[in-house]
Design a protein around this ligand. Structure first.
Ligand SMILES: [Zn+2]
Length: 415
């Protein structure tokens, strides 16, 4: 049973957060938003952003949400073939369409979703699987759409296919099961990077926690239980072997058995994102042992978040808003006070980076003041989404698309 969403912020911080979010929404609505269709950098993301603004601030923004979704669909039809991933492709548009239509039944998205289903069905039948296991480009992202599409039978079928691919590409060793980054993506870690011992990523955006979230979600939906249960057990065991005692200090990635760390302390890379997603996976799986273990890891990292110097960017991906939102969510779900304290500290950092008069709502002008970033991943929209979640009673249910949360089958949005 999910608890009703409560604002974390009160008093002047709440007022500041609301004022900043309102300014971002107002400014973004006035700007040309480009021709990118996808979720993290384009119109699918703006659909989720304006919908959240409509619930939290003013109903008028819902028109822009619907228009953004239409624009995303029109732009995707011009791509041949369209990309398929959750973050940049059709799976993301399908997720947003299914999500919005659950709350606004008059929004007819069936044709869109059938297009997404048919495209993903072909891709998810590819064997050997050519993509990563991750949320951003790979299997976890496509599986997340499939779960969102349920109870439609296409959703269940696609989710079972995704689990099948996860089973096929899992590597088994004495320390458990893991998923290797395909050679075609090694360039993520440097132009000519070579990983003859194999590349295994822990960082949330491109990493193995995504595979565990996919398997736990399938498990919660009762899909392919004979596969999900043992693979979850083995996958968590592999991850635990990478953790140090106490603070887990997970590496960003591993080249074979060599740990490679990264200074970022964020959603995409670093222990805040990794430990939060592992907790959501364990909780969705409903495994008491791993739920307790992952909560312990997440708590140790949150204690570090109380001391850690903040990043100088405010965005949701690598910046302060992403770290804040991880802890907003964990606090709401668990009531553990250190998560609330960490959330508040990183929200304060985020608000301190605001410079009214520059960029949308005072944000994301640093790289190019003449063309500030507006999108969800690196732009002001993502910052507003976090601030609205922290300052209002409206659940940020857009955030499953980043694995900031993971929904059980009973947590579809209230209509
Ligand atoms: Zn990032």
């Amino acid at each position: 049973m999910n608890r009703p969403w409560k604002p974390l912020l009160t008093g002047s911080l709440q007022t500041q957060a609301l004022e900043a979010a309102e300014a971002i929404v107002r400014d973004t609505a006035e700007l040309p938003l480009g021709k990118v269709p996808g979720l993290i950098a384009g119109h699918t993301g703006y659909a989720l952003f304006f919908e959240a603004a409509a619930r939290a601030l003013a109903p008028k923004w819902i028109d822009l949400a619907a228009r953004s979704l239409q624009r995303a669909a029109a732009l995707f039809t011009r791509r041949t073939p369209p990309p398929l991933s959750l973050h940049e492709g059709l799976a993301g548009m399908g997720w947003a369409a299914a999500h919005l239509s659950a709350r606004y039944p008059d929004l007819d998205v069936e044709e869109l979703c059938v297009w997404v289903d048919e495209s993903l069905e072909v891709e998810l039948n590819r064997s050997p699987w050519p993509h990563p296991c991750d949320i951003r480009d790979g299997l976890a992202g496509m599986g997340l759409y499939a779960a969102k599409r349920m109870p439609h039978p296409n959703g269940r079928r696609l989710l079972a296919q995704a689990v099948d691919r996860a089973r096929e590409v899992a590597e088994h060793s004495a320390s458990g099961a893991s998923w290797r980054m395909p050679r075609g993506r090694w360039s993520l870690y440097g132009k000519d990077a070579q990983f003859p011992q194999g590349l295994y990523t822990l960082g949330l955006a491109h990493g193995i926690p995504g595979a565990l979230c996919l398997l736990s979600l399938a498990h919660a939906h009762g899909v392919s239980l004979d596969v999900t249960r043992p693979l979850l057990e083995e996958g968590f065991r592999w991850v635990a072997h990478r953790a140090e005692p106490g603070h887990p200090r997970f590496p960003h990635y591993m080249h074979g058995l060599e740990h490679v760390t990264d200074e970022r302390f964020s959603w995409c890379v670093g222990n805040p994102g990794i430990t939060a997603a592992l907790w959501w996976a364990a909780r969705t799986w409903k495994d008491p042992h791993w739920e307790a273990r992952t909560l312990e890891w997440a708590t140790r990292v949150a204690v570090e978040a109380l001391e850690r110097p903040p990043s100088l960017s405010a965005n949701l991906c690598c910046g302060t808003a992403g770290t804040a939102h991880l802890y907003v969510r964990l606090y709401q779900a668990t009531g553990v006070s250190v998560f609330g304290e960490a959330a508040q500290r990183w929200i304060e950092h985020t608000l301190s980076l605001r410079q009214p008069g520059q960029g949308p709502g005072g944000y994301c002008f640093e790289q190019d003041p003449s063309s500030p970033l507006t999108d969800v991943q690196f732009g002001a929209a993502g910052i507003a989404l976090m601030l609205l979640a922290a300052a209002t009673d409206q659940s940020p249910d857009w955030d499953e698309t980043f694995l900031f949360s993971l929904g059980s089958p009973s947590s579809s949005p209230e209509v």
